[in-house]
Design a protein around this ligand. Structure first.
Ligand code: ADP
Length: 315
């Protein structure tokens, strides 16, 4: 089976317990939950049985151990996660507003995550990789951009493929070269997985149809639009496939897009038809939102299939 690789931020998420809770005063918190968009992605892919490994860095602390142990337990290759003494693992504090939007306080660039590099272990992981998935949020510094671009180059040089999820997090995407890096990654990508308005950051068209046509003409193999509780839509040169979402009670949206993307890319790599890849991806996205914590709603393939068959939440 083809091996997936991603590179980027590894962190713990700490969540305000109450909707509308402010970080300007003390309040109850939940967590730490293992997190970081590329970590969620790789964890979900591994849980579905896809060989998958992550390039990144954590501190020699409990938060780092929590992440490595969770990824290992899900079956991911953690050999290219560097552990740095004297540096703390990255953190994200998140609070949900009443309108369902999220407010984050991140410490990524100045955490161990900022020390990400293409070291010997990363080079070895890439040598065995067939596909690289890049999250826009992982382009958080010049150094992180260099790692992402070198991962793409290494895998493409051996005929591999690339997927790209813009995953825009304005709070962390302040690197001066970030915009150019986003465009560069898109130009290398086979699969593009934007959600909501992200599609229009990369196109001059004002409507979805025009933007999809413009981007496909630039050489993407397919575009998968993530639409939250409205499901998802797949587009390639031959046409489009829409797939509705599964009905679930959403308790925490963080991680849905990463789990969705991991499932879609894993099944695309297995040669699944778009409708099948979309169905598994919608199920993983739906399951992700049923649990507090971005990786708590990751389930193995058998549980995802049972959820699809019964429409019931995995236990
Ligand atoms: P992102 O997290 O990248 O913003 P979305 O919010 O669109 O992406 O979620 C990704 C996918 O997860 C959706 O396409 C859908 O399949 C699933 N999903 C997200 N929210 C829900 C929900 N409330 N109910 C059911 N499925 C959902």
């Amino acid at each position: 089976m083809k091996k997936l690789v991603s590179a980027g931020e590894i962190l713990v998420e700490i969540m305000a317990e109450r909707i509308g809770q402010s970080f300007l005063e003390p309040g109850p918190l939940l967590g730490p939950y293992p997190s970081g968009a590329p970590a969620i992605f790789i964890g979900q892919a591994a849980a579905l049985g896809q060989p998958a490994g992550l390039i990144g860095a954590v501190g020699d602390d409990d938060f780092g151990r929590l992440n490595i142990e969770r990824l290992r337990a899900l079956g991911a290759d953690v050999s290219a996660i560097a552990v740095h003494e004297g540096h703390a693992t990255g953190t994200a504090f998140v609070t949900y507003r009443a309108d369902a939007s999220r407010h984050f306080v991140f410490n990524i660039r100045n955490s161990a995550s900022g020390l990400i590099e293409t070291d010997a272990a990363a080079t070895k992981l890439l040598a065995g990789g067939d596909h690289v998935h890049v999250m826009g949020s992982s382009l958080f510094s010049d150094r992180a951009i260099a790692v992402a671009l070198s991962a793409i180059e290494a895998v493409k040089a051996k005929g591999g493929t690339v997927s790209f999820d813009p995953n825009i997090r304005r709070e962390i995407m302040q690197a001066p070269g970030m915009r150019a890096a986003l465009d560069r990654v898109l130009s290398q990508a086979d699969i593009f997985l934007p959600s909501g308005e992200e599609l229009f950051l990369f196109s001059s068209a004002k409507d979805e149809k025009g933007a999809v046509e413009e981007l496909l003409a630039r050489g993407l193999s397919c575009i998968v639009l993530k639409k939250g509780a409205a499901g998802a839509a797949y587009h390639d040169r031959h046409g489009a496939v829409a797939s509705s979402a599964f009905a679930v009670d959403e308790v925490d949206p963080t991680g849905a897009g990463d789990c969705f993307g991991a499932a879609f890319v894993s099944f695309w790599l297995r040669g699944a038809a778009p409708a099948e890849a979309l169905r598994i991806a919608n199920a993983c996205g739906a399951l992700a939102v049923t649990r507090k914590g971005p990786m708590e709603g990751i389930f193995p393939l058998a549980a995802v299939e049972a959820f699809i068959a019964t429409g019931k939440n995995a236990q």
